[in-house]
Design a protein. Structure first.
Lengths: 449, 435
């Protein structure tokens, strides 16, 4: 074997190994026994001084005096509060791009293609007990791209390792000022008003249905043995058909009650049953209509007045929605808020005095339902994923501090081991040029943990 | 029941419903002025410990504190058993009243054209009827510093109490001249200037600052020595109170190297200097402590200034500075959500500052820094009656702020947010217009 052949063989071996390495990483889960915690199960009340066992990434047992199987480490969490990993139903962390704003409809683009596993915000989220987030397309167009629910497996180099397998497929819709500003004001095209926003959605759905009919006609002819020309494949309309079929859930950026009601009507007309509104600051004004349709709401705790369409908002939105039986979550939509979603939820106690469990549901079970992952996360139940957050005090107290966060039974955050400086690949006293070379142009993402 | 009586009752009900409807609109009930005796609560005085007892509000001031106070004639008695009473919180860094809707430029009044304009007055543009004011004060925040922002000297900030129909009714007598200290290095991710260009612009800004400062200093010297009697120079006139030490210079600075630069710049200047922002204060806490300059820091709820910094640096920043011996007040730097001040203080408390110091950081400390501690910042006899009653620790989200008093006025505990809550919790008509 000559030198060239050796190199070829070596490269071939490496190429073969690469997917295996990634696969191996993807399959990685952990086991841990958390002893003696105060468990906030969400679905089955609070359990004092109770153990929780996670084996290979799945909660296998909840009870007293559990024994750790061989090789499973134990953490004493007595006096601490153990809750399911927090789920953020609206965020943009871990992404390299957010808005494909070039057309009022870009349903074909996928957030899954722009995941950035090095984003430090993923770690900050873990340090706030958040284990799952809904990485969303932006609100620049009426029908944006397809979102991706991710697990915060920070530390991986593989973007796809963050993808939460089995999560519902979702798509971003956006109403009101943002698409109007970008397209009407910016590009001088429809939509320039909320009337136009409705038109764009209905036209999109009608185009998708016509596309479907063309394909049906083609297939009919083909099966009848007639020679026929197939319609041109259109990924944009294909995605809209999946929305119409219920295979992709709508998560719609919205503020004003009229536009919220408008989309409910569209969904009724087109037979779409699953509808989740995002932000939905004026959801409280049409709470009975939301409840009647079965639409859900994912809200800010207290954001308002940053633009005109949120000027007539109230921090009591969450409470009004919950009391009107709308399944409601509190989200971050922010690299800052995602670090303390448990405080954002707790504000529903300041503004409307929700009970502890109603409040905790806003950041666990309810967002899990909205993302179609409530069979996997959102509560402490045997058989669910080992996504768990441990707090020093009740998570709705201002004085609580997140101490450990687990995803799939693996400890991703441990406050006692948290480094002062997150840089591990470089010594700041070391040769700066080397550092610049490694990370040129990646200013915001120069950290690994 | 005789028909006539039922008619009267019906009419009475009709008028009662009218009153109810007006409460559902944008009109807020009037505040009430008078003599109030708050009985049997726990008084968190801040400066004199925690006392079980009564507190008397009279003529807009705290007239008495003690046990079993005799109610003066005509006093309204407020039962505060199992309640707590705190001095009103002070947010010494906001844009409250200066902006209404952030994305609508014509409603933003905090950023005037020009760079050397210390003469523009925040107090002029404060809108007493701004919707966020009523939203803020029911949280227990009763006093804020509203600051202009923008250029090097963007204007003069003013402390206001959150009651009144003109800026001057609200004004609490304290001002501050704002200086945005030149920022070295990159201004953010999107700053594409070359290193040379950045350095050059930074040096230019420092020179601009020093030239203006020297001119203001000379102007002050000449004025005090009886020269330039009839001369008017708005930018330099606005700087006089700083040199006269009647108004502090509020220096906005956040990055550690810039903080050190400010400390150097301030050496030998015999004026009242306050550092504001100070996001990286923890990096140079000892140096700040040595300088003796007080700090108004915040928001506490922000991301670390450098991506590689420990995630909780902003939470622990106030505590680290306090530990080093710095006098620290906490601000939100907010407009519509100044109501989050107690939550910012609560996080600082949890991450090292402790409850007591955190309370001080939004009461007596900002009062001292702004020079209004003779009348605000604690529950003491003779001080302005800015205080509130809560059913527990006001930093805890679940706790309710039940009654707020500002300048002796009993504040209606309503605003647009509570009104919308009342109107829509059980909306009527519901789904059907005619059931």
């Amino acid at each position: 074997m000559n030198g060239k052949e050796k190199i070829l063989l070596l490269s071939a071996c490496l190429l073969l190994l690469c997917p295996l390495m990634i696969y191996g990483q993807k399959d990685q889960t952990g086991s841990i026994l958390l002893k003696g915690g105060h468990l906030l199960t969400i679905t089955d009340g609070n359990l004092e001084n109770t153990d929780l066992l996670i084996i290979d990434g799945i909660i296998t047992e909840i009870g007293k005096d559990l024994q750790a199987p061989d090789g499973v480490s134990v953490i004493d969490v007595s006096g601490k509060y153990v809750m399911p990993g927090i789920v953020d139903a609206h965020s943009h962390v871990g992404l390299d791009a957010v808005n494909e704003m070039t057309n009022p409809i870009t349903s074909e683009v996928k957030i899954a293609d722009v995941i950035n596993p090095y984003d430090i915000a993923l770690y900050h989220a873990l340090a706030g007990g958040v284990t799952v987030s809904h990485a969303m397309h932006g609100s620049a167009n009426v029908i944006g791209g397809q979102n991706q629910t991710i697990k915060h497996r920070y530390g991986t180099h593989d973007p796809y390792h963050l993808i939460m397998e089995g999560a519902a497929r979702t798509i971003k819709f956006a109403l009101g000022e943002n698409p109007i500003r970008v397209h009407g004001e910016g590009f001088s095209i429809i939509p320039n008003t909320r009337m136009g926003v409705e038109t764009v959605i209905r036209q999109g759905f009608d185009d998708a249905l016509e596309y479907q009919r063309n394909w049906d006609g083609y297939r009919e002819k083909k099966s009848a043995g007639t020679i026929a020309k197939p319609p041109q494949y259109d990924p944009r309309l294909e995605a809209l058909l999946e929305v119409l079929n219920g295979d992709i859930l709508i998560h719609c950026h919205s503020y004003r009650s009229d536009e919220i009601y408008m989309l409910i009507n569209i969904c009724r007309d087109y037979g779409i049953e699953d509808l989740i509104f995002q932000h939905v600051n004026e959801g409280f004004k049409v709470a009975p209509e939301l409840a009647e349709f079965g639409a859900m709401a994912s809200v800010f705790s207290d954001w308002w007045a940053y633009k005109f369409e949120v000027y007539y908002s109230t921090a009591y939105n969450t409470t009004i929605l919950v009391k009107n039986n709308v399944i409601t979550s509190v989200n971050s939509d922010s690299r800052e808020l995602i670090r303390h979603l448990y405080l954002e939820a707790a504000k529903a106690q300041r503004y409307g005095q929700l009970s502890d469990n109603e409040t905790l549901k806003l950041i666990t079970m309810n967002p899990a339902i909205q993302l179609g992952i409530d069979h996997r996360v959102g509560s402490l139940e045997v058989g669910k994923d080992g996504d768990v957050a441990v707090f020093s005090a009740h998570p709705l107290s201002i004085y609580t501090i997140p101490e450990y966060t687990f995803v799939d039974g693996i400890k991703y955050f441990d406050r006692s081991e948290d480094p002062d400086d997150m840089r591990v690949l470089t010594d700041i006293e070391d040769d700066l040029n080397h550092f610049m070379e490694l990370y040129s142009g990646r200013g915001d993402h120069d950290c690994l943990h | 029941m005789k028909p006539i009586f039922s008619k009267i009752i019906l009419i009475a009900l009709f008028f009662a419903s009218l009153i109810n409807y007006s409460a559902m609109g944008q009109i807020i009930q009037a505040p009430v002025y008078g003599t109030f005796l708050i009985q049997g609560g726990t008084l968190y005085t801040i400066t004199q410990g925690v006392i079980e007892g009564d507190l008397l509000i009279e003529d807009g001031r705290i007239a008495a504190i003690g046990s079993n106070l005799e109610p003066p004639e005509g006093a309204t008695i407020i039962d505060a058993i199992n309640k707590r009473i705190y001095p009103g919180f002070i947010d010494a860094g906001t844009q409250l009243g200066l902006s209404e809707i952030s994305s609508v430029p014509l409603t933003r009044d905090f950023n005037e054209r020009g760079s050397l304009i210390p003469y523009v007055q925040a107090l002029t543009a404060i809108n007493p009827n701004s919707i966020p004011i009523a939203v803020t004060r029911v949280s227990g925040v009763t006093t804020v510093l509203s600051s202009p922002s923008g250029g090097l000297f963007p204007g003069t900030a003013a402390a206001i109490n959150l009651i009144g129909y003109t800026p001057y009714q609200m004004y609490d007598g304290a001002k501050g001249v704002v200086l945005n200290f030149p920022r070295s290095g990159k201004t953010g991710r999107w700053d594409r200037r070359s290193m040379e260009k950045r350095d050059e612009e930074y040096r230019e800004n420092i020179k601009k600052l020093n030239d203006f400062w020297d001119e203001a200093d000379r102007y002050y010297q000449l004025k005090t020595s009886g020269h330039l009697k009839d001369q008017k120079n708005p930018p330099l006139d606005a700087m006089l109170p700083v040199f006269e030490n009647t108004v502090p210079l509020l220096i906005e600075v956040n990055r550690a190297p810039d903080i050190l630069e400010v400390l150097k710049w301030a050496e030998g200047k015999e004026i009242r200097i306050v550092l504001t922002g100070v996001a990286e204060g923890w990096r140079v806490a000892n140096e700040i402590a040595e300088s003796g300059h007080p700090v108004i820091t915040g928001p506490v709820l922000q991301t670390p200034s450098r991506a590689y910094d420990r995630y909780d640096r902003p939470y622990a920043n106030a505590s680290k500075m306090k530990e080093a011996g710095v006098k620290v007040a906490i601000r939100t730097n907010e407009m519509e959500n100044v109501r989050n001040l107690p939550f910012n203080a609560g996080y600082a408390a949890a991450y090292g500052l402790g409850k007591e110091e955190a309370l001080k950081s939004i009461t007596i400390v900002p009062a001292q820094i702004l020079g209004i501690d003779d009348r605000l910042g604690s529950l003491e006899i003779g001080k302005t009656a800015n205080l509130f009653i809560s059913n527990g620790d006001p930093f805890e989200p679940r706790v309710q702020i039940e009654q707020v008093f500002i300048s002796g006025w009993k504040i209606p505990m309503e605003n647009r947010h509570t009104q919308l809550y009342e109107q829509f919790l059980e909306r009527s008509p519901g789904i059907q217009l005619n059931e």
